[in-house]
Design a protein around this ligand. Structure first.
Ligand SMILES: C[S@@+](CC[C@H](N)C(=O)[O-])C[C@H]1O[C@@H](n2cnc3c(N)ncnc32)[C@H](O)[C@@H]1O
Length: 461
């Protein structure tokens, strides 16, 4: 067994953890995690099984593997004539994904190969360690030729499933390459400053005093130059700021901008799919204290608890209900006295195809049939919640998806079958990564943001 290897050459890969365990142990854990993901588990679930001391390094390496998995699998197909056992395949893919491009590799490729062989000898693939060694040595010898032989395979080039690439080409003929490139990049850490406690400018100064540089994005957001643990943020526990992508920060201002508080009562707002409560909190931070009351629905009781935690840290209050938004008979009369809402935020469950850069496993977990299935759920939620809106009231429909079936096409179909709905200006499909100015969303550019879709609908009187 070799001892601990030298420090990673690419610290951005995150493996430079003080007293880091041997690299082969990390590669072994990454391969096991990848095996779990290819078996249908989420990266969150597989990482939860990794021992705490290995987790930060393993997560960074796993995310890099997931961003290079199409290339690794194409290389593997050239190196082996018959598909190896899934555990062997996962270890080979791990090594190839990390080592195929020397410029991005977190360690020198020969170190990665040595340590992957060490992982094979010490782990579940012991019987095949000679085979793994032979494959990876050949890869080192013939790397350039093997890599260029995969350059015509779009899955290898873009590291997304073929159906996903084809759908993006159809949905976004101008932007599909920019979307795929953004999906493979590291996202920035972006904060939303709690307007009830501070301002973006004051919080920026507080960050600066701690040597943390940030630029203003969206209405009250700050994009950090480097990511830090939240515990290091000034007054985080006292609720001065939250972590939230700039695109997600567009929801609350879009919904509330054109509405005023009715005479003698607060504005009644429904956040229909609310956990973990990021947008619920933003609605409450954005409005003048006491001017709105928010009912936050969440179908999953565990996730609903996270709304309570979010609001309690930020010093905010909403009526949080564990309920199915698509079954108002269970809650609208009993919990809301059947009083229609002035505003509804429908941040609907979706494929999450816009936040792939933050969740690089999503592209490998989704099936193409999921898009139509989720679009069906979204359309039912739209139809069920629309009657609960006052005439003159407004609804924001949004998803963190770039697929048109969950965005533009969904809303066009809703408008075509619903004569009481009018569409007002909104951002539409936001392309991930692009620094763009969206006048209908905010005065500041959104900076480097996730992919999202926004529609604003008004109910005709
Ligand atoms: C996109 S997430 C919401 C994110 C949230 N708005 C935020 O900004 O923090 C969608 C949420 O809707 C919940 N959900 C899915 N179907 C639902 C339903 N029928 N009724 C209520 N909540 C639902 C999911 O459990 C998930 O927590």
């Amino acid at each position: 067994m070799t001892s601990k290897p030298s420090q990673p050459k690419n610290a951005a890969a995150g493996a430079a953890v003080p007293n880091a365990p041997a690299l082969w142990q990390q590669l072994d854990a990454v391969a096991k995690a990848l095996h779990g993901i290819l078996g249908g588990q989420s990266s969150k679930a597989v990482l939860a099984q990794v021992p705490q001391r290995l987790r930060p390094g393993v997560q960074a390496l796993l995310f890099q593997v997931l961003r290079n998995l199409g290339r690794a699998q194409a290389l593997q197909r050239q190196l082996v004539s018959r598909a190896p056992a899934p555990k062997v395949s996962a270890l080979l893919s791990t090594a190839l994904a990390l080592a195929w491009d020397e410029a991005q590799a977190p360690y020198p490729p020969f170190t990665l190969v040595n340590q992957a062989v060490e992982a094979a000898k010490n782990g579940a693939a012991r019987a095949q360690s000679g085979f793994i060694n032979a494959c990876l040595r050949r890869f080192l010898r013939e790397r350039d030729a093997l890599v260029s032989a995969t350059d015509n395979d779009p899955v290898a080039v873009w590291n997304h499933p073929a159906w996903w690439i084809a759908r993006l080409k159809k949905d976004h003929p101008q932007d599909w390459q920019a979307i795929l490139a953004a999906n493979n990049a590291q996202p920035p850490m972006t904060l939303r400053v709690n307007a009830q406690k501070s301002t973006a400018a004051r919080y920026q100064d507080a960050l600066q005093a701690m040597n943390l540089k940030a630029t203003a994005v969206a209405e009250c957001g700050l994009q950090l130059e480097r990511a830090v643990p939240v515990q290091e943020l000034p007054h985080f526990e006292e609720g001065w700021a939250s972590v939230q992508d700039a695109a997600a920060q567009a929801a609350a201002p879009l919904l509330l901008a054109g509405l005023s508080q009715p005479q003698g009562r607060p504005l009644r707002v429904l956040d229909a799919c609310a956990a973990p409560g990021g947008k619920t909190a933003h609605l409450l931070e954005h409005a003048a204290p006491g001017s709105i009351e928010v009912t936050a629905l969440e179908i999953d009781p565990e996730r609903a608890r996270r709304i309570d935690e979010t609001l309690s840290r930020l010093g905010l209050k909403a009526k949080v209900l564990v309920a199915d938004a698509s079954a108002p008979k269970d809650w609208f009369e009993s919990q809301c006295a059947a009083q229609p809402f002035d505003a509804i935020l429908l941040d609907a469950p979706c494929t999450a195809s816009g936040i792939v850069r933050r969740q690089p496993d999503v592209r490998w977990l989704r099936r193409e049939s999921d898009v139509a299935q989720l679009a069906g759920i979204q359309s039912r939620l739209l139809d069920t919640l629309w009657p609960l809106l006052q005439p003159g009231g407004r609804m924001v429909y949004c998803t963190c998806s770039v697929f048109k079936a969950e965005g533009d096409a969904q809303i066009q179909a809703f408008l075509a079958r619903n004569t009481t709905a009018a569409s007002l200006p909104a951002a539409g499909h936001l392309i991930p990564g692009k620094a763009a100015k969206h006048d209908s969303v905010s005065d500041n550019p959104l900076g480097d943001h996730d992919g999202f879709f926004y529609a604003l609908l008004e109910k005709l009187r």
